[in-house]
Design a protein around this ligand. Structure first.
Ligand code: NAP
Length: 304
């Protein structure tokens, strides 16, 4: 089932004023690894065939998989070299600013070099969305803004966003930019509910930022609960999954999608069948009572 099925209320998201639009679900490449370009291409094509046309990667994706810095971007580059026409079919999001051994660097020179390196690894002419992966406390937002302006003027990056930033950090950067940031990427899931309370989702509503929700299944923990809290959340989601006739993972994505900021869950699975399954999230709606039952399970204490 394609995400674009008529009658489904989950609409496409618009990234800034550039005219870029994306599916309400993204596919992420943190776990995208290996030497098998054919298998890697199958994953990319599966996401696209499912209707997912926002692909999220980062230059730092690699070391967590026992591979070098840049490995996930390089693997995507190999897929695109083999099938160049794929590039026109998706919005390409990547991130930079985590430097091995530093660990954070958002100095203008570093940002410029990181973007050039990402472009080269992926073999693309431009990045649609470039995100600062984590805040660098030593970088003045005015300098970051200058780096962004130069990258956009050079045609290397279309839109910019942030990840793992507090609302105040995002606002400080926005204050120095002559154009709007378009996205924020917090961890957000039925197991990680902080963005409901720390202002990140409220700011997304206020500033019209597209929210990309990372680890929507808690990195897979939701599907294999090992503690009482996770079991309770899975149980509450399981009831919705059963009522709606969808998988538990789809129920989790649906819970994320239900927030008025319309967060985009970034599906992290590297299994074609599970990527396809994500489309089920757009076939049903949560009731208020169901949504709050999941939140209550996540909090572990009743709502006041
Ligand atoms: P996730 O969806 O929470 O977890 C995916 C993991 O769950 C995979 O290992 C997957 O295994 C496993 N899984 C088990 N059962 C599953 C099922 N039924 N359906 C789907 N997956 C199942 O997401 P994530 O990989 O942790 O993160 C998603 C994306 O968020 C990343 O790719 C990246 O783009 C982004 N991210 C961003 C940050 C940041 O700091 N900005 C940090 C982390 C992640 P299989 O692969 O075997 O299916």
């Amino acid at each position: 089932m394609a995400l674009t099925d008529p009658g489904v209320s989950h609409s496409r998201r618009t990234l800034g004023k550039s005219g870029l639009t994306t599916s309400p679900i993204a596919w992420g490449m943190w776990r995208f690894r290996g030497q098998d370009v054919k298998a890697a291409r199958t994953l990319v094509e599966t996401a696209l065939e499912t209707g997912i046309d926002l692909l999220d990667t980062a230059d730092i994706y690699g070391p967590d998989n026992g591979e070098p810095f840049g490995a996930a971007e390089a693997l995507l580059g190999k897929v695109l070299a083999e099938a160049p026409s794929l590039r026109r079919r998706f919005v390409l999001a990547t991130k930079g600013g985590i430097e091995m051994g530093t660990p954070y660097n958002s100095s203008p020179a570093y940002i410029a070099s990181a973007v050039d390196a990402s472009l080269k690894r992926m073999g693309v002419e431009k990045i649609d969305l470039w995100q600062i992966h984590r805040p660098d406390h030593l970088a003045h937002p005015a300098r970051i803004a200058e780096a962004f302006v130069a990258l956009r003027a050079a045609g290397k990056v279309v839109e910019f966003g942030v990840s793992n930033h507090t609302p105040a950090q995002t606002a400080a950067l926005q204050a120095y930019l002559p154009f709007p940031l378009v996205s924020t990427q917090p961890e957000f899931s039925p197991l990680c509910i902080e963005p409901l309370y720390d202002g990140v989702l409220d700011q997304a509503l206020q500033m019209d930022l597209v929210t990309l929700a990372w680890s929507p299944l808690g990195g897979g923990r939701l599907l294999a609960p090992k503690d009482d809290r996770t079991r309770a959340v899975a149980e509450a989601l399981g009831k919705v999954a059963e009522r709606a006739g969808v998988s538990l993972s789809a129920a989790a994505y649906g819970w994320i999608l239900a927030h008025p900021a319309k967060p985009i869950p970034i599906v992290g699975s590297q299994t074609p069948e599970r990527i396809r399954e994500a489309a089920q999230a757009l076939t049903f709606e949560f009731t208020r009572a169901e949504w709050y039952a999941v939140l209550t399970a996540a909090r572990g204490v009743p709502l006041p």
